[in-house]
Design a binder for this molecule. Structure first.
Ligand code: NAP
Length: 220
């Protein structure tokens, strides 16, 4: 069996499990939560996000609020829908790796390479097998990768059984809505027998007094 990188998911969600509202509003963290998130970024070799998160939020994925090196940015984008103007490609604050497939447009692959982005092409149509992806990232020298979302990417990681730990902050809001984004989207598991199983490791009331930070180990 090949070695793979360790995957730690960090998300901040409403009490009803939404990481973004129906209008894609997702600024849910208090300043203490942001600091916690950036501390974990600084301890990681890579930060991974899905294509929609890049399209909607245009994050730079830098370390702010704490001292530390910017980790490698990893974008999972099976069809290369993310724009070339995205900050993960244009801001040269860290290396960027894009995980895509051989059906993505050739001109986009070449344009990204022209921006010094490392493009890894997996054979066939999306979705990419995320276990294979974590093995490839390990072979590229990445040992600890933090995943910030969104929900579709998290589904693929949970489905493929490669999430090692989940850290989630409960923010004191309810978004509701069938078009909002849940922590984990995709087709979903059917019963607790096939669901991913978690072991609670720690519960902390945030310094702000309103959020709760939960840490889980993924056990099965
Ligand atoms: N609150 C928080 O902590 C937080 C953190 C991050 C993001 N968010 C929010 O989450 C929302 C975005 O979430 P989302 O669920 O819509 O999208 P997402 O997970 O960011 O991106 C999903 C897309 O990424 C690509 N992708 C994911 N897994 C793949 C795989 N295994 N193989 C190939 N391609 C893959 C697919 O693109 P194709 O469909 O083109 O194949 C997929 O549609 C945004 O509103 C953002 O603000 C919130």
């Amino acid at each position: 069996m090949s070695s793979r990188c360790y995957i730690s998911v960090y998300s901040t969600m409403t009490v009803d499990g939404r990481i973004a509202s129906r209008t894609h509003y997702s600024k849910l963290s208090c300043p203490y939560d942001l600091k916690r998130l950036h501390e974990l970024r600084a301890k990681s070799d890579g930060i991974m996000v899905g294509a929609n998160t890049v399209i909607v939020d245009d994050p730079s994925l830098r370390v702010k609020y704490v001292e530390g090196k910017n980790p490698t940015r990893i974008v999972v984008d099976g069809l290369l829908r993310t724009p070339l103007e995205a900050r993960v490609y244009t801001l040269k604050t860290a290396r960027t790796i894009v995980l895509t497939t051989t059906v993505a447009p050739r001109d986009k692959v070449e344009a990204l390479k022209g921006l010094d982005v490392d493009v890894i092409e997996f054979p066939g149509r999306p979705p990419i097998d995320m276990r294979r992806a974590t093995e490839v990232l390990y072979d590229m020298g990445l040992r600890r990768v933090m995943v910030e979302g969104g929900g579709e990417l998290l589904w693929h990681l949970f489905k493929d059984g490669v999430v090692d730990e989940l850290r989630v902050t409960l923010s004191p809001y309810i978004f509701g809505g069938r078009d909002s984004v849940s922590l984990v989207m995709g087709e979903g598991f059917s019963t607790i027998e096939d669901a991913r199983k978690l072991k609670l490791v720690s519960v902390k009331v945030c310094e702000c007094g309103q959020e709760v930070h939960l840490e889980y180990e993924v056990t099965g």
